[in-house]
Design a protein around this ligand. Sequence first.
Ligand code: DCS
Length: 283
Amino acid sequence: MSYSLWNDQIVKDEEVVVNKEDRGYQFGDGVYEVVKVYNGELFTAEEHVDRFYVSAEKIRMTIPYTKDKLHQLLHQLVEKNKVETGHVYFQITRGAGARNHVFPGDEVKPVLTGNTKENPRPVANFENGVKATFVEDVRWLRCDIKSLNLLGAVLAKQEAQEKGCYEAILHRGETVTEGSSSNIYGIKDGVLYTHPADNFILNGITRQVIIKCAAEIGLPVKEEAMTKAQLLAMDEVIVSSTTSEVTPIVEVDGTVFGGGKPGDWTRKLQVQFDTKIPKGIRA
Ligand code: DCS
């Protein structure tokens, strides 16, 4: 039996009822988060919950629960579902009301749902690296919001998959922004480059951990955008996200990095990242 989060309760999956007039369903009018669980423990939950509230605020939605309450619910859900290593997904929509673009009145309450998934760490990718491909970034201009509107990301990821690639590296004109569901980094002559945390990217929680890890291993970071040509000339390229952690990219559209093997700095970042992971209450 599996349990879901539904507003302020943990219920059996089949008890969750979603209204077809929900604005999440009709407009993608909501925000979400994905939090990794290692050995039964949530990783960087504080940062994810904080970003959830910030995303909601940016779309002028008030989450009707305290952060403490939400933390409590997420922990309960992970416990109930006995998640070992996997993730929690949760989202909130502006609620259900007769379809109208304009915000509904106060009588319409936001709808919070969530679930967990057992999902092993993609260790083969960490070891062997993955391929990526450039895709034009046609998303909106508020990519700093973790919005439920993911059509731009969906189309880019699908294109990448059809080209046999793990991820789409998005670019606006010549400027590389981020991955379709990840952040992108290049390392050149011992400096790590990644797009600044502005409205063109989501400031990944993993990105923030990686920036800390880089400082700890003596790898200088420049939060500067790369052009496509600069990215192709990097010594090492990395993709990161909650589920991808520190994944080396060894090929982009036929350009091979490091002889097709993860580079030394990438390895060091992976090792440093591992030191942050909860060893877990069930380990
Ligand atoms: N950029 C985009 C567009 C993302 O969707 C994500 C995460 C990231 C960057 C990386 O952010 P985190 O490091 O905080 O995960 N996307 C989530 C998703 O949709 N599935 O897994 C992670």
